[in-house]
Design a protein around this ligand. Sequence first.
Ligand code: FAD
Length: 415
Amino acid sequence: MGSSTVVVIGAGQAGCQIASSLREEGFTGRIVLVGAEAHLPYQRPPLSKGHLTGKASRDALWLRPASWFEEQSIEMRTSTRVTHLDTGDRRVLLQNGEALTYDDLVLATGARNRRLRLEGADLEGVLSLRTLDEADEVKARLEQAARVVVVGGGFIGLEVAATAVRLGKHATVVEVADQIMGRVLSGHTAAFLLRAHRARGLEIELTTMVSRIAGVAGRVAAVDTTDGRRFPADLVLVGVGANPNVELAEQAGIELDDGIVVDELLRTSAPHVYAVGDCACAPNPFAGGRRMRLESVQNATAQGRRLAATLAGRPEPFSSVPWFWSDQADIKLQIAGLTTGHTEVVVKGDANSERFSAYCFSQKRLLGVESVNRPADHMAARRLLSGSTSLSPQDVRRDNFDIKRASTGSAPVAP
Ligand code: FAD
């Protein structure tokens, strides 16, 4: 272990976690962390939240201070893109022509935002948000903007739109589906958030499709929709989802699906090559073993930790309760488990007071819990889902149901 080399491609949440966990696991070999961005590894969640309002300081974004990489003997290469992967010779090529050989290689290349393929998508003032540099641009333009249109009612779009409203801007979200966050939230929670955002002054247009972005002298001026409406805008944020960065794996002939296919030990189809984080499509025990790609900090860090342990000689299948959060205006949404595919929802708490948890079941089995402004429920739900206590819709419907007690296993349900 002392003389082997691990090369990690992608210096984001998962890549940085792998490097740090390898050292915690006692790995004494060479670690090279190669990142295409000019910055040291940073957290992305604040980019669509506190960073835009100035509430989150720039210093708080870094995952590790610069000195840490030196102390840990981790070779951090910023502004360096890996351009080629040769799994036969166990070698990667960097954009500066340098070659690095590896004993084990980790693909932690993340995802990139989808672009709109529409007239006007390249106009000045049409932005996307994934990197710190993009976030700086969104922040600067948001300060100047009066009217903001967000294309796409997903997490990032809604967070930015809610921030724009808080900053006193006129903001509209245009969403093609008939509910916001349609892919990941129950109808109940999505309907609540729709009402809550509208009550705070955010305009949300559902079942509305953008036809083109109109500009004047190269600058964005409005968003046109297929139903003939026009939404004036001096800033347009496109938040229509992301695609995994799979090019290196693809070129090396590694199996792909939606992302880089890995097994339960996070191994790709090529020997000594692993994938973690947003780019990896891994079997998930919380989805009945189905392979899926998750875009969350929890997934990136948990896979990073798990793979580091495997590389350090403690292989175990990846199994970690998925969870996610989103801060929208003054609303804290937290999701434990994977609620997609639920057939029954039991709600505890009161949507009018903006504090509730929605328990999502399939075949009477708890899939996950969506909590709004109820962090204690969320923590208990994570404990519950990681244990063996089962919970039925009837249990949750009882007046004296207490998730904290249920999650400790001492009394699954109050009698
Ligand atoms: P990333 O952190 O994206 O890192 C991948 C890195 O790999 C990038 O820096 C990329 O430049 C680099 N790279 C790619 N190809 C190459 C190459 N060939 N050579 C070198 N480097 C390369 N998750 C939550 O759980 N909660 C939230 O509230 C939340 N908010 C978010 C807000 C925003 C604005 C964004 C963009 C994401 C948010 N997420 C949130 C998602 C979360 O940040 C990601 O799931 C997480 O960063 C994934 O980590 P990763 O390491 O897989 O990818």
